[in-house]
Ligand binder design. Structure first.
Ligand SMILES: C[S@@+](CC[C@H](N)C(=O)[O-])C[C@H]1O[C@@H](n2cnc3c(N)ncnc32)[C@H](O)[C@@H]1O
Length: 181
């Protein structure tokens, strides 16, 4: 896979570190346009790279994260400095985006909250098989048009097996998606 592990992008004056390749940005751009996505719930936000990306394209973004990536399956030594200050870094990175809200809770606890609905849900949290299945099942009722997520095809994780077990067609790309319409 040619994708780098960690990426950087400029978002309203800040250089934001995160996990979003050019290929992923391209695919998500296409999905947002094709499905006329106006709101996104993002499960797994890290320090806000994908949140900023979505907030520049849709009206409303809700980010769900425990902001404790040290304990997550996606911990990466390259991000050690950022992870040590994950929540404050997220707040600083997203300050210029009034259309970003966030919820500091584990995914499945947040999914049980009432009233959270968006055109699209983007799953990018705990990438084990069990957690990915649980996240997709828990968050699918919150999506009006589209379920999406990251890390398909990455053999370090269980994402590909999880989406296959739920009958989601393999996109052949790092971004997976399922139309709900
Ligand atoms: C791969 S990172 C997200 C990358 C981000 N979307 C980006 O573009 O940079 C995964 C994030 O999921 C969070 N996470 C892992 N398991 C979680 C859970 N069960 N509930 C909420 N957040 C979780 C971690 O804290 C981490 O910030």
């Amino acid at each position: 896979m040619s994708d780098k592990l960690v990426h950087t992008a400029d978002h309203r004056g800040r250089t934001v570190v995160g996990y979003m390749s050019e290929g992923s940005r391209f695919r998500l751009d296409r999905l947002i346009v094709d499905y006329q996505i106006n709101s996104v719930i993002e499960v797994g936000t890290f320090v806000g790279m994908s949140a900023c990306f979505f907030a520049e394209r849709v009206n409303q973004v809700v980010c769900v994260d425990t902001f404790d990536a040290v304990g997550s399956a996606t911990f990466n030594p390259v991000g050690v400095h950022v992870i040590a200050d994950q929540y404050r870094t997220f707040l600083a990175n997203t300050l210029a985006y009034p259309n970003i809200r966030h919820i500091v809770l584990p995914s499945l606890v947040a999914a049980a909250l009432p009233g959270l609905v968006a055109d699209m849900v983007y799953i990018d949290a705990d990438h084990t098989y069990e957690a990915t299945v649980a996240d997709i099942v828990a968050w699918r009722p919150h999506a009006r048009k589209l379920m999406t997520g990251d890390d398909n095809g990455d053999r370090r994780f269980g994402v590909s097996e999880a989406i296959a077990s739920l009958g989601i067609v393999d996109s052949g790309e790092r971004i997976w998606w399922q139309s709900l319409s």
